[in-house]
Design a binder for this molecule. Sequence first.
Ligand SMILES: O=C(O)CCC(=O)C(=O)O
Length: 267
Amino acid sequence: MITIAQETDLFVYRRLDERELTAYERDGFLHYGPVLTPSGLRRMIDEVMRAWSAEKGPFDPNRTWLQNALLPNIHHQSDMVRRFYFHGPIVDVAEQLIGPNIKGATSQLTFKMRGNTKAFGWHQDNGYGELEPYNAVTCLTALDDTDESNGCLWIIPGSHRRGQIPVGEAGSAEAKKAQREITLNVDERGAVPVRMKAGECVIFHCWTLHKSEGNRSPDRDRRILFLRYADADAVEVYNDRRPRLGRLIRGGTRFPEVEAFESDLPV
Ligand SMILES: O=C(O)CCC(=O)C(=O)O
């Protein structure tokens, strides 16, 4: 495995302290703070916007929710995303929260450009395709300042302790392929908004309930880089327990197909 030097001009490295580890265990999430330096943020935005503009552009009410909101596998299109995903500060954090063997499970842009007032309902990330073991971690990095007016994330602290919430057919391999929406009916008293500055991230557990409202701001986009890390041996429960394919980032795996997957992608 290639080890590259820390890129302190682009990324802000910091491991979690004891207090944060305790908070993550209790609340199922952490507002971690800055992960991109100002120049890292500029480069990240430049690169991902090239990919976004080529395929998407501004919000278009005639397109579907998914067409307006998601650009999957963004690490295939951006060197900065690959560096951040494979070698950035969150890899150390994922190691603290998951263990020594880690793969990248998902990378995507989830954008809510101005004009896009569509909400993203309450869900667990493990509802959209159940992974086991149940310790996968999602990291959302804000590329814009985000608050209630432009569709920031909302989280129910401690909701990860409810465990995997059954979603029936909606969690099947077919539903996942069709990228069907899942909205759980939950008691949302106690939910908190996660306001972030551009370049900051929030980290949460695969069972933590979260949602976002529409972007109601007339002039502010809400762009987020979504990355997910899992145990290198994590399997897809909904898919006959086949291994989730994703780039091996740290340690080893018992699955040769995971070891080989994307190992030819440049850093
Ligand atoms: O893009 C959003 O607003 C929400 C993202 C999210 O919750 C998710 O992708 O799991």
